[in-house]
Ligand binder design. Structure first.
Ligand SMILES: *Cc1c(COP(=O)(O)O)cnc(C)c1O
Length: 585
């Protein structure tokens, strides 16, 4: 197979080009399913007789279902076509064929991965699929723990839950030690003491777990605990903070709200001119938290920011946290929100392909994500898996601990059943199976997959050239260094407010023309002041607004680099934009 044909077998194709083969495989899936039922409990009599099936009333009921199904199919005709390269709106694209086939085969068996009873094969598949994701991100296979979630939001909550579990244990122990006169309380440092120090205290003072459980904010009434804290220490407990890059994905705000820290406990780390976390600013915030006696629940780095797709300098963040550990004994939890960009790790697994598109900084970032405590991945984004499919991974068993207060340190891992260690209860195995079959065949660390992702980066570059050469009315946001491109219409007065209006109008026209599906994002000066200023400098724009409206294109579709289709679509894109701008001029 020639190199440029390596992704075609894995997608249906915009004209259902692989239709014949897909029909055959779906037929195979159904055959297996029917045969499976027939092959079990062969002595049991049938429940539905041929005579009944041929009864006119019976056929009538079936006809009803057929009619309903027709109606459903008609409704689906108005669904947004996300399979076509013309769809560049959100982080969705054509799903891969192995993912689709894996998803439906498991759907027919309907396992519930909440327990081993109802999911014999399902949980096995899930564990193996976690293994494939482990290879992708570079965690140690012998240590890793993880499970599939309904998406990135819940995977992020899984991280908060575990970081809170750890912090709560450290705080309880510190309060206990203080109450017994063993040690002064230093809430900031104590809450990041690390499990070794924790174990050391437990052994030194022969502490029984139940004794410190009485000091837990999570196991007891937290308001009563705060009172007790005040009585005991003479100062009030202000609760932990979470340090999340200024572009804060909404899931982190939800998390602070749901876990009861309060939304104001989310401290946004300022972004640099490229829209990435500023590591110096992170260090300043850590020091500020110490000054204010606010323990740090976790630091979050994002690989693949939701607005612009940028990659935070994970290695620099981890270097800083390692330094704080060795210099000051602070064990700060580092979580990587790789919901979008996690699959880009395939590009460092295939350096020959990756080197064509990744910057040195991006390579170092991806190579460092296995140093963090935990990672969120969204197979339903750049894994090309159907919804809903997210995943949470932690580097080792300790970072996965959560079920109950009773001493993770006595019985590691303290995981009794899958149910007790996941936020969600009943969980489908379909996402895991879709991931499993894609990993086994297409492969997330394979040349083909790396090629697919590098093509998405190249399409983003192509569009920058297209704008430079053919659409001088538009200005794209720098750096746009992955596969997400944001641009605005600059207008004539060169004022940001006017550019925002024009861009908004262009967006609305694009939506109503239905030729290309794009999305819109609004960057606020509170987070993105440096990026916005650099952008305006590109066309001597004047900042007379606190926000900047951009049209956002997410290039995930596998067929943009197809020479015939790609060039047809690019010239059509230029035509559509020019038509809209000319009409409104
Ligand atoms: C998409 C995304 C999420 C949320 O994931 P869902 O699957 O939509 O719940 C979280 N963080 C980032 C960076 C994302 O891109």
């Amino acid at each position: 197979m020639s190199k440029n044909h390596c992704v075609e077998p894995y997608f249906l194709g915009p004209k259902s080009e692989n239709e014949y083969w897909v029909r055959k495989e779906i037929q195979n899936i159904l055959d297996h399913w029917f045969q499976w039922r027939k092959s079990l409990f062969t002595d049991d009599p049938a429940a539905i007789s041929t005579k009944l099936i041929e009864d006119p009333k019976y056929l009538e009921k079936q006809q009803q279902i057929s009619t309903g199904l027709e109606e459903l199919s008609t409704l689906l005709k108005s669904e947004t076509p996300k399979y076509t390269p013309r769809y560049i709106g959100h982080m969705i694209s054509e799903v891969s064929l192995p993912a689709f086939l894996g998803h439906i085969s498991v759907l027919l068996h309907n396992p519930n991965n909440t327990s081993y009873d109802s999911s014999k094969a399902g949980l096995l598949i899930e564990n193996q699929a976690i293994g494939f994701l482990t290879d992708l991100v570079g965690y140690d296979k012998n240590e890793v723990q993880g499970h599939f979630t309904s998406g990135g939001t819940v995977a992020n909550f899984e991280a908060i839950w575990r970081a809170r579990f750890r912090l709560d244990h450290f705080l309880s122990l510190a309060l206990y030690l203080h109450s017994k006169g063993h040690k002064e309380l230093d809430v900031f440092s104590d809450c990041t003491m690390g499990w070794d120090q924790f174990d050391h205290y437990i052994k030194t003072y022969s502490i029984v777990p139940d004794e410190i459980k009485n000091y837990s904010f999570a196991a007891n009434n937290p308001y009563k605990m705060a009172e007790l804290y005040y009585k005991q220490t003479g100062t009030s407990y202000k609760g932990p903070v979470m340090l999340v890059p200024g572009n804060k994905h909404f899931s982190w705000i939800k998390g602070c709200n749901i876990f009861g820290f309060g939304e104001s406990s989310l401290w946004g780390v300022p972004l640099d001119v490229n829209g990435r976390m500023d590591v110096q600013a992170l260090e300043d915030l850590i020091n500020k938290a110490q000054m204010e006696n606010r323990p740090i629940l976790m630091v979050v780095s994002v690989t693949g920011t939701t607005e612009t797709g940028e990659i935070d300098p994970v290695h620099e963040v981890q270097d800083l946290l390692d330094k704080l550990k060795s210099d000051r004994g602070l064990h700060i939890w580092h979580h990587i929100d790789a919901a979008y960009g996690g699959f880009m790790c395939s590009l460092i697994r295939q350096p020959e392909i990756g080197d064509q598109v990744l910057t040195e900084l991006q390579k170092k970032s991806f190579a460092a994500i296995n140093r963090a405590h935990s990672i969120t991945l969204d197979p339903h984004k750049l894994g090309y898996i159907p919804y809903s499919c997210g995943a949470f991974l932690s580097k080792d068993k300790m970072s996965y601990s959560v079920p109950d207060f009773l001493a993770p340190y006595l019985d590691r891992p303290n995981i009794k059943s899958p149910w007790s260690s996941t936020i969600e209860g009943s969980r489908s195995a379909s996402g895991a199976a879709a991931t499993w079959l894609t990993a086994k065949t297409f492969g997330f660390t394979s040349e083909s997959f790396a090629k697919l992702l590098s093509d998405t980066f190249k399409t983003c570059r192509d569009f920058k050239i297209l704008i430079d050469e053919q659409l001088p009315e538009l200005v794209y946001l720098e750096p746009g260094s992955t596969n997400i491109l944001c641009f605005n219409a600059k207008g004539e007065s060169l004022k940001l407010s006017q550019s925002n209006e024009l861009t908004e109008a262009l967006f609305n026209q694009l939506v109503s023309s239905t030729q290309f599906s794009v999305s819109k994002t609004v960057l606020h000066t509170s987070n993105y002041s440096l990026s916005i200023q650099r952008h305006l400098d590109k066309y001597e724009g004047i900042k007379d607004d606190e926000q900047m409206t951009l049209i956002r294109c997410v290039f995930m579709n596998p067929f943009w680099q197809n020479s015939k289709l790609g060039s047809h679509l690019k010239s059509d894109f230029v035509r559509v934009i020019k038509d809209i701008l000319n009409e409104s001029a």
